[in-house]
Design a binder for this molecule. Structure first.
Ligand SMILES: Nc1ncnc2c1ncn2[C@@H]1O[C@H](COP(=O)(O)OP(=O)(O)OP(=O)(O)O)[C@@H](O)[C@H]1O
Length: 245
């Protein structure tokens, strides 16, 4: 279980005369259960990606704690096999000098003999590609294919959780739908869960069991997806109204 307790994050801003602290996240607390798909939605600048980076252990919060099965997520050993990520910018997520084979192997850090026996075929087929892609470079892939490679790479270590930060936002509409389908299927096959950061409420509702609405760095609502229509706060109601109308 991923447990977030009393998390605050702030950044220094240099002004004309003095530096000020800009608080980006305030008192964030929630739990994510294994196998769950949790959507984190909110307007631009609300703090979604900042929270994502903290959950991945890329950044540390100024206050509060984030643990996975009771161990600090900041510890690299804790993260291994626990959480991996897929980001929006698939073009810069893959080293341009790496083939698909190298990109998938990179985070796994396997021994040479393990590299040789790694089953690329079934992994690539799981994401709708095949072995003919193994020796291609990123510039030889379409956006949808490149994002599938990033998903394959995230799935390869069989983590309990994949954090997807705007992972479908740069894709065309029909490709977005295919990737959402793929994520659903992977969840069924491997039983992994997701944290799905997006400003697209409809995509989140399609995939997620629960939805967290973030506003100005604070959790505004955390509801089960089927109860989304019954959100209480005026802000969440307005956010939903904009999507539905
Ligand atoms: N490294 C940083 N240094 C200073 N300020 C930052 C940094 N990262 C984020 N911020 C600020 O924190 C706030 C939240 O940014 P964040 O990227 O988390 O929002 P977001 O909800 O993911 O937005 P978007 O949907 O546009 O990606 C913004 O005001 C942003 O300018």
């Amino acid at each position: 279980m991923l447990k977030v307790e009393g998390v605050y994050q702030s950044y220094r801003r240099s002004g004309l005369l003095r530096r000020t602290n800009h608080e980006v996240l305030r008192n964030i607390g929630f739990e994510w259960e294994k196998g769950e798909c949790l959507g984190i939605i909110g307007e631009s600048g609300s703090g979604k990606s900042t929270l994502g980076r903290l959950l991945l252990g890329i950044d540390k919060p100024v206050r509060g704690s984030i643990t996975f099965d009771g161990k600090p997520i900041a510890d690299r050993k804790t993260r291994r096999g626990a959480i991996s990520a897929v980001f929006q910018d698939y073009t810069s997520s893959i080293n341009p000098f790496y083939t698909v084979r190298q990109a998938i192997l990179e985070p796994l850090r396997l021994r040479k003999s393990e590299n040789e026996s790694f089953d690329f075929g079934s992994l690539l087929r799981e994401v709708g590609l095949d072995e003919s892609y193994l020796d291609r470079y990123p510039h030889e892939l379409s956006g949808g294919e490149a994002q599938r490679v990033c998903i394959a790479r995230a799935v390869a270590s069989k983590p309990a959780c994949i954090l997807l930060d705007e992972a479908i936002s740069s894709l065309d509409g029909s490709v977005q739908m295919q990737v959402l389908e793929l994520l659903r299927n992977l969840r069924e096959t491997f039983g992994m869960g997701y944290i799905f950061i997006t400003h697209d409420i409809q995509a989140a509702a399609y995939l997620c069991d629960r939805m967290m609405i973030i506003r100005g760095g604070e959790i505004e609502e955390l509801v089960r997806t089927e109860e989304l229509a019954n959100v209480q706060s005026p802000y969440a109601k307005e956010l939903l109204r904009k999507v539905i109308s």
